[in-house]
Design a protein around this ligand. Structure first.
Ligand code: ATP
Length: 354
């Protein structure tokens, strides 16, 4: 990443008791970026966010903001603000007072508070709601109040911890678009935590994929999707078929009963690898001799845009295929995949450096 970084996390380790929650995590985040920390439940995403926010300390490592140590600054003095999943609004205060709360504590003058609250109400589409009670708002509107409250004192970095998790699917999609627009309008850095792959792909400039307290991969949504560095990332981002393989020689891989020259980096002889095939990269057609695998469809589901079919190959493997063409259960089919779309990856690989 470039010198334009605003936050740098370096070698951060966090334990709760004997449990290692973050294992030597390092990460640089650029100014103005929309960065998403993505990973399964319990992998340490919120812990990392809470460390940046100042709600948790570290066992080891550094966090810097614009090159200056952040960990020694108390949470309320850090130029960051957090939007939580459970909005954490004050139920006895109306919309205006919820948003104005932090500014009043800082003894900002009344005119400035009015002006700033009006600015963020407009930005979050809440201009007509300033006198409403919190309880009278929908979940989506409450979330907007939480965002308005977090951006009113112009933080340099906005931390968002699964802010849309409590919303229904339609509201979630609408709010995703609004968040993206707000990010553009505000021009500040967003660090967003989610376990939802699609949300991460939709929103982010950069995705940080975590598992078990270790960063697995950092990259753009297209990099992460098209070039996953290991089978965890491949499986977590989009659906994948993952087979055990072995390198016969430097660039030739064997998996199932097949041998291929692979285009990925050299691995060395006899190295055990994961071979990843994306369901949408596999061609499916009526059985014929040109097939790489022959088999029978054992499940076929219409998914709206495409069909998702599971094919049991003659040698007993199950392969998930997505295609616009439909093949029904019991049909004999052939499968083909281009060598470029066969992703070979080392079994264990993590990235803890930048
Ligand atoms: P989710 O998506 O479910 O929120 P996450 O990736 O954000 O998960 P964290 O909340 O960071 O995960 O938690 C990581 C691990 O640390 C979990 O196993 C959790 O139980 C544990 N943990 C978090 N906070 C504490 C705490 N205060 N004391 C002890 N263990 C904790």
């Amino acid at each position: 990443m470039s010198n334009n970084s605003i936050i740098s996390v370096c070698g951060v380790t966090k334990r709760f008791g004997d449990n290692l929650i973050l294992d030597n995590v390092s990460l640089k985040i650029d100014r103005g970026e929309f960065v998403t920390i993505l990973g399964p439940s319990g992998c340490g995403k919120t812990t990392l966010l809470r460390i940046i926010a100042g709600f948790l300390d570290v066992n080891q490592g550094e966090v810097k903001l614009e090159g200056k140590d952040l960990l020694s600054i108390p949470p309320h003095k850090r130029p960051v603000n957090t939007v939580f999943q459970k909005y954490a609004l004050f139920p006895h205060l109306n919309v205006y007072d919820n948003i104005a709360f932090g500014l009043k504590i800082k003894r900002v003058d009344g005119d400035t508070i009015d002006r700033e609250v009006a600015r963020v109400l407009k930005m979050t589409g809440l201009s007509d709601y300033e006198h409403r009670d919190i309880d009278s708002l929908s979940g989506g509107q409450q979330q907007r109040v939480a965002i308005a409250r977090a951006i009113v004192n112009k933080p340099k970095v906005l931390l968002l911890d699964e802010p849309l998790a409590a919303l229904d699917l339609k509201m979630r999609k609408d709010m995703q678009m609004e968040l993206k627009q707000m990010h553009r309008d505000l021009g500040i850095t967003f660090i967003y935590v989610t376990h939802d792959q699609e949300e991460a792909l939709t929103l982010s400039d950069t995705i940080v994929v975590m598992n078990n307290g270790v960063i697995q991969q950092i990259g753009s949504p297209t990099d992460i999707y098209n070039e996953p560095v290991n089978s965890f990332v491949a499986d977590f981002i989009g659906e994948s078929n993952i087979f055990n393989g072995v390198m016969l020689c430097d660039k030739r891989v064997k998996f199932i009963d097949l041998e291929f020259d692979c285009v990925d980096e050299g691995f060395g002889d006899n190295v055990l690898v994961d071979v990843v095939l994306r369901p949408e990269d596999i061609y499916i057609f009526p059985a014929n001799k040109s097939a790489m695998f022959s088999g029978k469809v054992i499940s076929s589901i219409f998914k709206g845009v495409h069909n998702e079919m599971v094919v049991k190959t003659e040698n007993g493997f199950e392969v998930v295929v997505q295609d616009y063409n439909h093949f029904g259960v019991g049909e004999e089919v052939g499968l083909l995949i281009k060598p470029n779309d066969i992703h070979v990856m080392r079994k264990e690989r993590v990235c803890n450096t930048f």
